[in-house]
Design a protein around this ligand. Structure first.
Ligand SMILES: Nc1ncnc2c1ncn2[C@@H]1O[C@H](COP(=O)(O)OP(=O)(O)OP(=O)(O)O)[C@@H](O)[C@H]1O
Length: 232
């Protein structure tokens, strides 16, 4: 694997929380590399540090020590404004609780980040329509989240995450609120986007259906990587 296709590198990453004067080592010395085009699941028991790790990779949370390097850039030292730009440019987020804006339509939710990026309206609209079609929501562009099922809302969230052409997509328990039909549908769409467009996906999950689709599974326990398995 060449250096050049490494999109994320974690170097001896630590995150310690002081809860009730007791230090919790939520992430405890994680070093790893994620390459372009990976479809990787981070797994492990509740409280093992999955969300904390993803939040640090996504620049939503600062490490206590160690470094997060994205596309060759150390993100820990960035100012808050530079971090906002970094997130807009590099990362698509998909959360368990969809986080769509209720007053906006599917197309507007998908376009929103492109608007922040200053992409012209016609181009935003074209890309949003293409993405919504790619996630199977053609004809639903004008619907608000309240008119969509949970699975459909999560598909809008995936379209939104991809709208900015991010370096990679971070998905924290994306299927936690979905039934098995919606889960399998969503996973097929993400696997297809991964295969066709070489988009890098990084999941934190407990869901065996997601784990079964992953080509690399990183297992955390007490904030440490205890297994890192790539499947053929
Ligand atoms: N803001 C915080 N303050 C104090 N402790 C925290 C905070 N956030 C997380 N922790 C602790 O850090 C550890 C790791 O939490 P984290 O949410 O990363 O685990 P997780 O593997 O994502 O869990 P789950 O699968 O339940 O979502 C846990 O012991 C948790 O209680």
């Amino acid at each position: 694997m060449s250096q050049s296709n490494t999109v994320v590198e974690l170097i001896d990453l630590h995150k310690t929380y002081d809860a009730d004067a007791v230090a919790v080592n939520a992430v405890d010395g994680v070093s790893l590399k994620i390459s372009q085009g990976e479809f990787t699941a981070i797994v492990g028991p509740s409280g093992c540090g999955k969300t904390t790790l993803l939040n640090m990779i996504g620049g939503l949370d600062q490490p206590t020590s160690g470094q997060v390097v994205v596309s060759g850039e150390v993100i820990n030292d960035l100012s808050e404004n530079a971090l906002i730009d970094f997130r807009l440019k590099h990362i698509g987020f998909v959360f368990q609780a969809y986080n769509l804006l209720p007053v906006l339509t599917a197309e507007e939710n998908t376009s929103f980040i492109m608007q922040l990026q200053g992409i012209p309206k016609a181009e935003r609209s074209k890309r949003a329509k293409e993405l919504l079609s790619a996630v199977g929501l053609e004809g639903r562009e004008g619907d608000k989240p309240s008119a969509l099922s949970g699975g459909q809302q999560q598909r809008v969230a995936v379209a939104r995450a991809l709208a900015s052409r991010p370096t990679f997509v971070i998905a924290d328990e994306p299927t936690a609120n979905l039934d098995s039909h919606s889960t399998s549908n969503l996973l097929d769409i993400m696997a297809e986007l991964n295969a066709k467009e070489n988009i890098t996906f990084l999941f934190a999950t407990h869901d065996q259906r997601v784990i079964d689709k992953a080509r690399r599974v990183i297992t955390l326990e007490d904030g440490k990587v205890i297994n890192d398995e790539t499947r053929s």
